[in-house]
Design a protein around this ligand. Structure first.
Ligand SMILES: NC(=O)c1ccc[n+]([C@@H]2O[C@H](COP(=O)([O-])OP(=O)(O)OC[C@H]3O[C@@H](n4cnc5c(N)ncnc54)[C@H](O)[C@@H]3O)[C@@H](O)[C@H]2O)c1
Length: 381
């Protein structure tokens, strides 16, 4: 089997998410790190690229230069996948430019700043017949895939309530609110429609949709800024309804001191309930109706094939975020490889988060903003 060629934009030295992408993309030996424009500063970009082992001519000073040079390479030797890990406001332009030239793209979340831009990317990916994925990397955890399989196989019976949280204390220090690395996240110009909801809540919403395989149809929201100097919200409690009349609740916050990361999902049906926490990703808590809670361990042979397929490390050994992200890359690899060499990808590899998922998330956030302007009344997605 051949390796595929991979390029990275953003994720430069010291960035929050760059290391995870580089580690995850290469973890299973599927992708070869072939090109990059890793920093907004062209000198730093080239220097860091070379430090990571990129060749002189493939360590670019800007994404524009990377696109210009890479698009001239003959199709069979071109980059097979480009990851966009730059700040939010640049996602649309970079993703659109690479898709337009026929590259497959994995874009960081949020896909874009507006629903209109996201819809444009949905159309463009179709027209170009290219993969455009969005990095909801937490859906790559084996036990999140197990949750989805349990729900879709009816283990929980009729779904009733989904409770999604992404609430931590990471934005709670008011003395830090003038720090430029924090401040941009709470200004509409740089962050987009919302702050903590776009930064964190969007992961929890996507996970609720992924695990239930349902879309959100209406929302009722309460946005709050606990640090008063902030233009955008740092706390959001929302109710939502999903398809088939499933009730949902989201709490996302940067003010929850004492909670570290805070991404959790609970799903309750007529036959039982499931509970999973990102900080303890190798255990899933399953409580059948009228019975005691059991712990489902990642790596156990009784898991559904969706979870077994992406299990990497022996049961009982911690497997975390890098492995979860690498499972998104594994899905993408199988799909891109199949398209390139004409074989069929396994059905289970179609679990990666798509451009449509990225667009749906932004539609939900837009509806939340509408709900706020209606004093918290229900707003349709
Ligand atoms: N999926 C997740 O779990 C997750 C987690 C963290 C961040 N993110 C997303 O990843 C993106 C980056 O976040 P971060 O926290 O790493 O940001 P960061 O500010 O720490 O790093 C951004 C990097 O992008 C580079 N950059 C900026 N503009 C560029 C350009 N035009 N061309 C090339 N490089 C450029 C910067 O130099 C820097 O290296 C954001 O969209 C964020 O929402 C996702």
């Amino acid at each position: 089997m051949h390796k595929l060629r991979w390029g990275l934009i953003g994720g430069g030295e010291g960035s929050q998410i760059g290391f995870t992408h580089r580690a995850a993309a290469q973890l299973e030996g599927n992708f070869y790190f072939d090109a990059g424009a890793l920093d907004v500063d062209s000198i730093k970009a080239k220097k860091f690229g070379k430090k990571l082992g990129l060749s002189e001519k493939k360590s670019y000073g800007s994404w524009e230069e990377m696109l210009e040079k890479e698009k001239k390479i003959k199709t069979s030797e071109r980059l097979d996948l480009v990851t966009v890990a730059t700040p939010n406001s640049t996602h649309f332009e970079i993703t659109k430019s690479f898709l337009s030239e026929g590259f497959n793209v994995l874009c960081e979340k949020p896909l874009t700043m507006t629903v209109t831009e996201a819809q444009e990317l949905v159309k463009l990916a179709k027209v170009k017949s290219k993969i455009c994925a969005v990095n909801y990397g937490y859906t790559g955890y084996p036990l999140v895939r197990q949750m989805r399989s349990m729900v879709l196989n009816g283990d929980l019976g009729d779904l009733r309530v989904v409770f999604a949280e992404f609430a931590g204390g990471f934005m709670a220090d008011s003395s830090d609110s003038d720090n430029p690395r924090v401040k941009w996240r709470f200004t509409a110009k740089h962050a987009g429609m919302a702050a903590i909801t776009i930064d964190c809540g969007i992961h929890a919403l996507n996970m609720a949709c992924f695990v239930t395989n349902k879309k959100i149809v209406k929302v009722s929201s309460d946005f709050f800024s606990g640090i008063k100097s902030r233009e955008l919200e740092d706390d959001n409690l929302s109710s939502f309804r999903m398809e088939d009349d499933v009730a949902g609740r989201l709490w996302t916050s940067g003010l929850a001191i004492g909670r570290t990361h805070g991404l959790t999902l609970q799903v309750f049906g007529s036959k039982g309930g499931l509970s999973w926490k990102q900080e303890q990703p190798n255990q899933l808590f399953w409580t059948p109706l009228n019975e005691s809670t059991r712990i489902i361990e990642r790596g156990h042979s009784s898991l559904y094939p969706s979870a077994q397929r992406i299990n990497k490390i022996t049961i009982g050994h911690p497997e975390g975020m890098i492995a979860a992200f690498s499972n998104i890359y594994k899905d993408l690899f199988e799909n891109i490889y199949a398209r390139k060499f004409g074989n069929n990808p396994s059905e289970l590899s179609n679990s990666y988060p798509t451009v449509e998922d990225g667009c749906h998330s932004l539609e939900i956030v837009k509806a939340m903003k509408n709900s706020i302007s209606l004093n918290g009344s229900w707003a349709r997605v």
